[in-house]
Write a protein that binds this ligand. Structure first.
Ligand code: 4G0
Length: 255
């Protein structure tokens, strides 16, 4: 899988090669490749200007169409099968299932906007899809593009080393991950749950499923509306509901 990034700050992507992370390893083992194209290289004037004032007035600057369009065309010429994305707060929200789709396509070209965005005509004619990594505004699309590269990279077969991890993780089960523990058994007075030391794999599976359900109810109840729940899940949640009612009952009769 090739990622080609169009940006005025190509140096930012060297961050992907720092340390001993999975993305760096994936590049070294040629599961993925990351190329950058400096949009400024396509500016025609002496000062290599890539932005201009918005028609109709208003504050800030807009990325001017000519250099950006030329940069996109060069990327598409090298990777004709690639999917061209614009990272923008106006895009569809990027999530694990979008990442899974991207992991199966024939390369990704990502346009990183700066300033107040890009000229609308470039978006209409040269961009296949617009993605947002969340409801907040960054100073540029570069960090968003790196989030996409990181997320998609670990879904490419071979990149994880541990194939199970990507399949089992949150959002693949539709629930949040259960708590994880490692040695020591007792840390600053806090003990690892006994069931995880029991060797009873059925009991461990049940404990983890229930811990996932509780976390999801507390932090992301919206997720529970999507994924199907088992009969055991429903039974567990009814029991929780009963326990909560009993506690509330005790408090309201006391006060
Ligand atoms: C295009 C993406 C790009 C338009 C990019 C800003 C947040 C995200 C940019 C704008 C970005 C995200 C209209 C401000 C660059 N910020 N949430 N900034 N506008 O994915």
């Amino acid at each position: 899988m090739n990622f080609t990034i169009l940006t005025i700050f190509p140096e930012m992507f060297s961050a992907l090669l720092v340390g001993g992370g999975i993305v760096k390893r994936a590049i070294e083992h040629q599961y993925i490749s990351v190329e950058t194209i400096n949009i400024r290289d396509f500016a025609k004037d002496r000062h290599r200007v890539v932005d201009d004032r918005p028609y109709g007035g208003g504050c800030g600057m807009v990325m001017k169409p000519e250099p950006l369009a030329e940069a996109i065309r060069q990327a598409k010429k090298k990777y004709p099968e690639a999917y061209t994305l614009l990272l923008t707060p106006q895009g569809r929200i990027f999530n694990q299932s979008v990442a899974q789709k991207l992991a199966q396509c024939g390369g990704v070209i990502m346009v990183c906007g700066r300033y107040e965005g890009i000229d609308e005509r470039v978006r209409e004619h040269l961009v296949d899809d617009e993605l947002s990594i969340g409801d907040y505004v960054l100073t540029g699309g570069e960090l968003a593009a790196m989030v996409v590269i990181d997320t998609v990279s670990r879904l490419i077969p071979g990149t994880l080393g541990n194939e199970g991890s990507a399949r089992d993780d949150s959002f693949s089960t539709g629930l949040l991950e259960y708590p994880q523990y490692t040695r020591p058994r007792s840390f600053e007075g806090a003990n690892v749950p006994e069931v995880l030391l029991s060797g009873d794999h059925g009991a461990i599976r049940e404990w983890r499923r229930q811990a996932s359900l509780v976390r999801t109810i507390l932090n992301r109840p919206d997720l529970l509306m999507e994924q199907p729940l088992t009969r055991d899940d429903i039974e567990f949640m009814k029991k929780l509901q009963q326990d909560i009612k009993t506690i509330i009952g005790k408090h309201s009769t006391a006060s």
